[in-house]
Write a protein that binds this ligand. Structure first.
Ligand SMILES: Cc1ncc(COP(=O)(O)O)c(C=O)c1O
Length: 405
């Protein structure tokens, strides 16, 4: 895995004169040369609008865009490429299900089951829908160790029409038992939407094996450009859904009296799509497959074990979450130092971490921690970077102790 670092040009830069130690991968991943080159090549050689042109460039752009869809479909083991809807990001994928499916099929009083650990992108769309059509929201609670409380899942599922939850937590690192929850949900006739924003770079994803109905993820967390993501959905569900946005490319026919929709996925891709970004996502998927998602998962496990050994050695450090199934995401507080100060201080050493509520304010409240620091690793990190983090945290502690005394 040390060799893969060479694939990421940004990893060789310095910040404040120190080698960059990039530990903010849960926010966004870095991009390998293969992806940067794919974007460059597209704009130099192929740039044109897709689907509507009959000239050489448009046909080439369309072929590359649709090829990217096939690559993404293979990457998540979709039954067919048409099950992949290109969206801007996870947030848009989740909102698409809320608008296109839930708004159509749910009515006042129907229950949507979420969890207390969700990112705001899987809470706010449901608040909006509740306020508009009167659905009821219910939340699975989080145990002290950061796992979901599934002790009374059957009771929690009573009357539920949709369960929507994250594959992996962007704060606690917890990897949720998707199959178990999906099976229980299906047993009561509920549909299952999974927020795959963090899961998709951490492990091989097989949507069939996970047993869900939709799976949403962002390209930018998967070594791809920003502005592109995907919503996978079982085709018959996509077919039943209403469009989210209306416009060009998503119609079958338009008359002054009304319009009819194209079949999925075009129905959900109104307007000129993010063409180069989708092609970049295809290149990212190719790159990740060339390493192997199982190898990436194994590397994450090694880095996670090392971080879990080292971080607790910092006096006053409190890690949030200790789930047995977890990814390389570590939110923590350091006694006496505000996470924002810590992040600014670490930046002086070239170390990039995140600080704040991580778009999970209800979870922060659950743990009595409105803000925390977060170090999140990817397969291109190395143990020495965890050492650098630990040394910098020790230094920050000492510095603040001196200021106080
Ligand atoms: C678990 C989780 N869900 C959803 C999102 C939203 O992703 P995006 O901002 O790319 O839509 C994030 C982003 O951090 C996340 O970590």
């Amino acid at each position: 895995m040390r060799d893969v670092r060479r694939d990421f040009p940004i990893l060789s830069r310095t910040v404040h004169g120190k080698p960059l130690v990039y530990l903010d991968n849960a926010a966004t991943s870095q991009k390998p040369t293969a992806v940067i080159d794919a974007l460059d090549r597209y704009y130099r050689e192929t740039n044109a609008n897709v689907h509507r042109g009959l000239h050489t460039l448009s046909e080439a752009a369309t072929a590359a865009y649709e090829d990217a869809r096939r690559k993404v479909a293979r990457f998540v083991h979709a039954a067919r490429p048409e099950e992949i809807v290109f969206v801007r990001n996870t947030t848009e994928g989740l909102n698409l299900v809320a608008h296109g499916w839930a708004r159509k099929f749910l009515k006042a009083g129907d229950v949507v089951l979420l969890t207390e650990m969700e990112h705001h992108s899987n809470i706010v769309p449901w608040h909006i829908l509740r306020d508009q059509i009167g659905i009821t929201l219910r939340f699975l609670r989080v145990n002290d160790d950061g796992t979901l409380d599934l002790s009374d899942l059957d009771a929690a599922l009573e009357g539920v029409k949709l369960v929507s939850f994250m594959h992996a937590s962007n704060v606690l690192g917890t990897i949720n038992p998707v199959r178990q929850i999906a099976d229980a949900a299906h047993a009561v006739g509920a549909k299952v939407l999974v927020d795959g924003a963090q899961g998709v770079l951490q492990m091989p994803v097989d949507v069939g094996a996970l047993g869900c109905d939709w799976y949403a993820f962002s390209g930018h967390k998967l070594c791809a450009p920003t502005g592109i993501g995907a919503l996978w959905g079982r085709y018959e569900l996509l077919e039943a859904m209403d469009p989210f946005l209306g416009g060009g490319d998503m119609i079958e026919s338009v008359r002054l009296e009304g319009s009819t929709w194209a079949e999925p996925p075009a129905r959900f891709e109104a307007g000129t799509p993010a063409i180069s970004e989708a092609i970049g996502l295809g290149a990212a998927v190719d790159y990740l497959c060339s390493i192997g998602m199982a190898e990436i998962q194994a590397e994450d496990a090694t880095l996670t074990a090392y971080a879990l050994e080292k971080l607790p050695q910092v006096p006053g450090l409190r890690l949030l979450g200790s789930a047995p199934q977890r990814g390389p995401v570590f939110a923590f507080t350091l006694a006496g130092i505000h996470p924002h100060d810590l992040s600014a201080l670490l930046d002086e050493d070239g170390i990039a971490i995140r600080a704040g509520h991580h778009c999970a304010q209800p979870l922060g409240r659950r743990f009595g921690v409105p803000a925390s620091a977060r170090a999140s690793l990817a397969f291109y990190n190395v143990p020495e970077e965890i050492d650098a983090l630990v040394t910098a945290l020790m230094g920050a502690r000492e510095m603040f102790a001196n200021v106080r005394s």
